[in-house]
Write a protein that binds this ligand. Structure first.
Ligand SMILES: Nc1nc2c(ncn2[C@@H]2O[C@H](COP(=O)(O)OP(=O)(O)OP(=O)(O)O)[C@@H](O)[C@H]2O)c(=O)[nH]1
Length: 318
């Protein structure tokens, strides 16, 4: 990728946040383009569901989902918001969506306050204010709205990294938003080999099923640095027979990467007991997903700081 015309390749994660109905899903689809839209089979409350991947010659932008920030009314709500904050603290850039056709309100202010916490400190995450549904308002309303959005940042004593008005409906400034978000990504190689993912969302879903199973019950002990790489999904020859209603047998080989030996021990469990149940659980999901019998081969490996180190990422086959 590093030739004269594209000297820098960037890659990383972004998250679209905002009140319900502000246009996050529509914008995700507009950014990603229909061809590569990926919808995960996973429920909304789980973390790091990949909503879509923006493939560009100069960058790969991975859009991750969160359950949404809202004012907690219950303890569960608070817990959920903690999870959201964890996700948000890990992404490279946050896009805070505020619809042009609605005044900045208490819901937006609540989210702004939450984001303010993430916008400071050593690992501050840049937040881009995205004014969605630009097509729905007159220019004068847009101008007023942009001022209100600017004021919102001031009210929490922060600054937005950028403010970008867009319309997912007519495509206005969607490319610009993509450029702005990519500008906040670190330099790095493609995290998901191009093409493959677009043609094979199965691999992503398989990885997510394994990841979910591996995190089940140990979410608090394991940091979020668990990388799951599907090495291969191959059909074992001569095992399927449609006429006899026998599904094929697939060999699915998956590597789980953690950052430390202690984490490896957690994933594997005493005498390998935990890894076996992770395998059983994940296999069930994969069989349901792929409609095949599955032989699932899981390997746990230690790769220090894999998330940030391009060399490691390459070694891991990213
Ligand atoms: N006029 C206009 N309407 C839009 C635009 N984007 C989204 N909408 C509409 O706004 C509504 C909500 O859009 P979604 O994309 O579902 O919003 P969301 O933020 O993902 O909603 P939640 O999933 O509830 O969080 C839908 O009726 C969309 O058709 C836009 O650019 N312009």
């Amino acid at each position: 990728m590093n030739d004269d015309t594209s000297p820098v390749h960037r890659s990383g994660f972004a998250c679209l946040v905002g009140r319900p109905n502000v246009g996050k899903s529509t914008l995700t689809n507009a950014l990603v383009g229909e061809k590569v839209a990926i919808m995960s089979a996973r429920p909304q409350t789980t973390r790091h569901t990949i909503r879509g991947i923006v493939h560009r010659p100069d960058a790969q932008l991975i859009l991750v989902d969160t359950p949404g920030l809202h004012r907690p009314r219950t303890l569960l709500g608070e817990r959920l918001n903690d999870l959201v904050r964890d996700t948000l603290s890990e992404v490279d850039v946050i896009a805070f969506c505020l619809p042009a056709d609605q005044k900045v309100g208490p819901g937006d202010r609540y989210i702004a306050q939450q984001l303010a916490e993430l916008m400071r400190g050593r690992r501050a995450v840049p937040v881009v204010a995205v004014v969605t549904k630009a097509d729905a308002v007159e220019r004068s309303v847009m101008v007023e709205h942009l001022i209100a959005v600017q004021e919102l940042a001031k009210s929490v004593e922060r600054e937005w990294a950028d403010i970008v008005p867009v319309s997912a409906k007519d495509g206005f400034q969607v490319g610009e938003l993509s450029d702005v978000l990519v500008g906040h990504l670190p330099e790095g190689p493609e995290l998901y080999p191009g093409g493959e993912l677009t043609d094979e969302p199965e691999a992503v879903m398989v990885a997510e099923l394994v990841r979910e199973a591996a995190l089940e019950g140990v979410r608090d002990e394991l940091p979020h640095s668990l990388a799951v790489v599907v090495e291969e999904i191959v059909e074992r020859e001569g095992t399927g027979d449609e006429k006899k209603g026998r599904p094929p047998l697939l060999d699915v080989r998956v590597n789980l990467f953690v950052e430390r030996d202690s984490q490896k021990a957690i994933v594997i469990g005493r005498g390998g007991s935990r890894l076996r149940s992770v395998g059983t659980e994940a296999r069930r999901g994969i069989e349901a997903l792929l409609g095949a019998r599955v032989y699932l081969d899981l390997h746990v490996k230690v790769a220090k700081d894999w998330q940030r180190d391009p060399k490691q990422l390459r070694r891991l086959g990213f």
